[in-house]
Write a protein that binds this ligand. Sequence first.
Ligand code: NAD
Ligand code: MG
Length: 385
Amino acid sequence: MNDNSVAVLGSTGSIGIQTLDVIRSLGMRITLLSAKSSVEALEKQIREFLPAAAVMTDPATAEELKIRVADTGTKVYSGEDALCSCVRECDSQTVVNAVVGFAGLKPTVAAIEAGKRLALANKESLVAGGEYVIPLAKKRGVEIFPIDSEHSAIFQCMLASSDHDAEVDKIILTGSGGPFRGMKEFELRTVTPEQAVRHPNWNMGQKISVDSATLMNKGLEVIEAVRLFGVPTEKIEVVIHKESIIHSMVRFRDGAVIAQMSYPDMRLPISYALTYPSREFADYKPVDFATLGSLSFEEPDTATFKCLDYAYTALEMGGNATAVLNGANEVAVERFLKHEIGFCDIPRCVETALLGAAPTDNDLDGIIDADMQGRRIASVVKRTW
Ligand code: NAD
Ligand code: MG
């Protein structure tokens, strides 16, 4: 097994591209690349990194990619099952999962089953399947290194304590508040997908940008933190911090609050997940506190941005309610991006799904069933605005 090599899933996306930047600067090799259907981008990446294998989950585009890269040594595979097989069989100890959405769950499970080191951007794996994924990772002795900036920050703050169960009082999860911070529901009714994807501090994929605008992203991150750090929900507090300098904090039982700060740049958490315990990322802009002047904090407006509360509700409901929430949200976001429903219909889809879904078994099939129920319900909720 080659320790200086990485498999990158979702390599054509926002996190995927930044991961390749980090890999370039670290001088690592790539054994596996994957995308859904961005054939030109994946071809370019294959020609640069010459991985042994590449997977297009969309079969039609996989055929096109095969023809395009026939002159390289890279074998092209097609479909979701092939992605999981390639994850299991690739000659890398580390897998970066930067797939967006529930589609990242099976590759996460495949990486853990194969005993790989998992650098995880795909939060939906933990939101929908955490109750299955975390015990599996523990059983297999697999470490999960979060790429989500808040969870990377919490992970770094946690290093200040050797007994988390006894010493952690609060995880303070920060969020920018998104592009619509300060707006009220009557103003949100008419916002467009184009406005929603324009985030003030981060340049991200479309789905997470909409999630940031609804505050569902913060909700998903609360669930992600519960699963990753094994803390009760009451120990997690969300604070809106519009400057995105403090990426999260942990307060310990002696009152000490440890924070991780930097200008927003996903390459820092990506790099740390790849090189932990060593810190290798060097291309940063030092935080200039004098120029910054002040940092601000406020409570999230959950009366307006209801998705954050629904995440807490799903955690309280237990079972696979978080998979229902996640599936419903994915469909609602897709429908919003297609102008099929309004921005304020997104929380309505999620709420309707949480109320309407039936309990499912607590195994992988049960999680898939819960996700499907969430999707089915959210796909028929009618537009109100
Ligand atoms: P993106 O949409 O830019 O990229 C997604 C990648 O996944 C692409 O390579 C795409 O081809 C692939 N993909 C899409 N659907 C797929 C499917 N069904 N099967 C297999 N592959 C598929 O998304 P992103 O913004 O890079 O986000 C990726 C993940 O990282 C998400 O879970 C997101 O929540 C998380 N994340 C992103 C950021 C960020 O700054 N973008 C920050 C924190 C966490
Ligand atoms: Mg985040």
